[in-house]
Write a protein that binds this ligand. Structure first.
Ligand code: SF4
Length: 264
């Protein structure tokens, strides 16, 4: 069994506890307008043209994003950072894209990883078949779960999929038994409204395994990727949230009794 991976990054400190290795898997059922990894959305590898200036010359080179790997290959690459995991309380985080798009490959890789006693986190948008969701989260140590909105129509219009399957997995019995960190992307004009925060807080306060909520303010850092991939950037002209707006969200969730961080 092989799966599609587009990057493995060592020394990450924003994808769970300690120093982590992030395994970026290809394929995502969503198409969020603000996606920072649009190259992940298609399951198959994609070719892009990479430009580099050398002096006055602009060099253009083709680059393939994504490749097939076996669970053994992924685990061997991840284990290069094992000493850092042990010292920092870190581990591996499967992210993407949406790792649950490749449930069998993901599960095989997680099971192999656990043979080396490595802490495993899953970063997910929550949109997956319940059977896949339950089976995979039962095998991991921590779930990092993206909650983007509380209204199905807004969710569908801006991500391409309904919200109900996401909430069903979030509130599942299997999830109730697993530690979870909720990640909320703060997207101006989409979800940065007090009624949305309020509904989110009501949902989050019901989650038995909730450890904290990470607020992730939108930024334009990935704009160049849309140009490279020839995709429309629907966030063009949208301003990044300022400190005051982010603090407002932070204070709101804190006042609801939730442990909050900015940036994770
Ligand atoms: S769920 Fe994540 S990876 Fe998928 S489109 Fe949305 S932001 Fe991108």
């Amino acid at each position: 069994m092989e799966g599609y991976v587009f990057d493995i990054r060592h020394y990450s400190v924003h994808d769970g506890p300690g120093i982590r290795t992030a395994v970026f898997m290809k394929g995502c059922p969503l198409h969020c307008h603000w996606c920072h990894n649009p190259e992940s959305q298609e399951m198959m590898p994609v070719e892009v043209v990479k430009s580099k200036s050398i002096g006055e010359k602009l060099i253009q080179m083709p680059e393939i994003i994504g490749k097939k790997m076996s669970p053994e290959q992924v685990v061997q690459e991840v284990l290069k950072s094992r000493v850092f995991f042990e010292e920092s309380g870190g581990g591996v985080t499967f992210t993407g894209g949406e790792p649950l798009m490749q449930p069998d490959f993901l599960l095989d890789t997680i099971k192999l990883m656990k043979q080396y006693n490595v802490h495993v986190a899953l970063d997910t948008c929550g949109y997956a078949q319940p059977a896949h969701y339950n089976e995979v989260i039962s095998a991991v140590d921590l779930v990092l779960f993206d909650l983007k909105h509380t209204d199905s129509e807004w969710h569908r219009e801006n991500t391409g999929v309904a919200l109900e399957p996401v909430l069903r997995n979030l509130k599942s019995k299997a999830q109730a038994e697993k530690p979870i960190v909720i990640r909320v992307p703060l997207i101006p004009g989409f979800n940065m409204f007090e009624p949305v925060y309020s509904e989110m807080a009501d949902i989050l306060n019901e989650l038995p395994g909730l450890q904290q909520i990470d607020l992730l303010p939108y930024h334009h850092i990935a704009s160049h990727k849309y140009t490279r991939l020839g995709l429309e950037n629907k966030m063009k002209g949208v301003k990044e949230p300022d400190k005051e707006e982010v603090d407002l969200a932070f204070d709101f969730f804190k006042a609801k009794g939730l442990k909050v961080t900015i940036g994770g």
